[in-house]
Design a protein around this ligand. Structure first.
Ligand code: AMP
Ligand code: GLY
Length: 429
């Protein structure tokens, strides 16, 4: 089987690693891929949002399956174009991907489907938004409606901070068109969880829940990032919670998208907040999350490739279930100097041998002309540690992270601190 994987981050390295584990004879092509993925298959340079180039590549190579990793090509209509060319593809159409690319659309879907989420108002004028901020009161959340790489959200503790965010997005266009429409949203308090569901458009198969760490610094301080680390499973995420997410979040949202003529197939990601009033959706993404994928996939025992292929071919997945390893995984992200605002690139990366159980997934790396591995993005490498227990996995992740070095490396040393705190409180300790 020949598979084209679109993307070149840690998520795609973890996907490539999983697909090769499922089928060691797989012929993998990645566009653009990265030096980690290059050890598993062939990398073809391509601009990730160049739809025409990917369709031409997939047709020329006669691939049996295409898997799209990042959100930008989904929002650009890559799945529609590949389907039009008769190529089986895993991922939502452009219309269905609006569940991520337009936060306003996502809110409408949730409202119409009765999916629990924070109250929100949509605004395009400064005056309207400032009035909404006052109606909600602080703390309040201001969000750019469009795609802003996870950075278009301001959780404002004061009315002044919220006003500044409104001005910055609507008057100063700090997120360009993505912030031409904003949401003013009720603040939710609680612990966050990421739950992914594989879906054929009707049925949802939830994967193990993970917890991301969005802030740059230890103790959840500093600016928001794309994610500085993750772990799975999360002991808070019981079977009952997965069931609730399926019946109250995934199934109704999928049903509403079908009604709108935009059935969603692929991977639907729900960012959930466990509030005092029950689960509420923070956001949907139309793709695997990064870095959660790097923690979740190494624990999967069933074949991801089989189910992804079934979904891409349009087969139903009702009754399919996933088998998971009983252990734990912790992923620590090694980020570049200057991340998230202005990551520096081109720093040489050295990798020392490490004996800890797990793997290094490449995110923003590239080979310099002389073959040296250098930094090439904000998040550079993801160190996934594995263990029988959370604490073993955490120690393995820290050890693997310590085996990597580059100038100015930023790394959190407290990934999974909430789980550690729960472990410490558990009976018997
Ligand atoms: P989003 O891009 O919508 O996931 O938002 C990024 C982060 O901002 C989330 O992971 C939350 O930590 C935080 N956030 C977003 N919306 C809210 C909300 N309504 N209440 C509290 N925190 C929020
Ligand atoms: N880790 C958050 C995301 O992938 O959007």
């Amino acid at each position: 089987m020949k598979l084209l994987l679109v993307g070149g981050g840690g998520r795609e390295h973890a996907l490539a690693w999983t697909f090769l584990r499922d089928d060691p004879s797989l012929d993998l092509i990645a566009a653009p891929g990265n030096p980690g993925i290059a050890e598993l298959g062939r990398c073809v340079g391509a601009d990730v949002i160049d739809v025409g180039a990917h369709v031409a590549l997939a047709s020329r190579e006669g691939v049996d399956l295409c898997v799209v990793g990042p959100e930008a090509p989904l929002a650009a209509g890559l799945v529609d174009a590949l389907r039009g060319a008769g190529i089986p593809v895993f991922g939502p159409t452009r219309a269905a991907a609006r569940i991520e690319s337009s936060k306003a659309f996502a809110k409408d879907v949730m409202r119409d489907a009765g999916v629990p989420t924070a109250r929100a108002e949509q605004h395009t004028t400064v005056a309207g938004a400032l009035a909404a901020v006052r109606r909600f009161g602080a703390p309040v959340v201001v969000k750019a409606a469009g795609l802003a790489a996870g950075k278009g959200v301001v959780v404002a503790q004061t009315i002044d901070d919220a006003d500044r965010a409104v001005h910055s997005m609507l008057a100063e266009h700090s997120f360009g068109d993505a912030g031409a429409e904003i949401l003013v949203e009720e603040f939710m308090d609680g612990e966050e969880l990421s739950i992914f569901a594989l879906t054929d458009g009707t049925h949802a198969i939830p994967m193990l829940a993970a917890q991301d760490h969005k802030r740059l610094l230890d103790g959840d301080r500093g600016p928001n990032t794309g994610g500085m680390g993750a772990y799975a499973p999360v002991s808070l995420a019981t079977g009952a919670l997965a069931h609730e997410a399926t019946s109250r979040v995934f199934e109704p949202a999928l049903a509403r998208l079908r009604e709108l003529g935009a059935p969603f197939t692929g991977l639907l990601y729900a960012g959930l907040m466990l509030t005092r009033d029950g689960i509420k959706v923070v956001e949907f993404n139309a793709r695997f999350g990064d870095p959660e994928t790097e923690a979740i996939l190494p624990l999967l025992e069933s074949s991801l490739l089989d189910i992804v292929l079934a979904i891409a071919r349009g087969d139903g997945i009702e009754g399919t279930s996933l088998r998971w390893n009983a252990g734990a995984a912790v992923t620590t992200v090694l980020a570049a100097s200057g991340y998230p605002d202005a990551p520096r690139t081109g720093d040489a990366i050295t990798l020392a041998p490490a004996s800890a159980r797990g793997m290094l997934f490449h995110s923003g790396t590239r080979r310099a002309p002389d073959g040296t591995l250098v930094t090439n993005g904000g998040r550079v490498i993801c160190a996934t540690g594995l263990g029988e227990t959370f604490d073993e996995a955490r120690r393995a992740s820290v050890a693997l992270a310590s085996s990597v070095h580059f100038e100015g490396m930023q790394v959190r040393r407290d990934i999974g601190w909430r789980e550690s705190a729960r472990d410490a409180r558990a009976p018997g300790n």
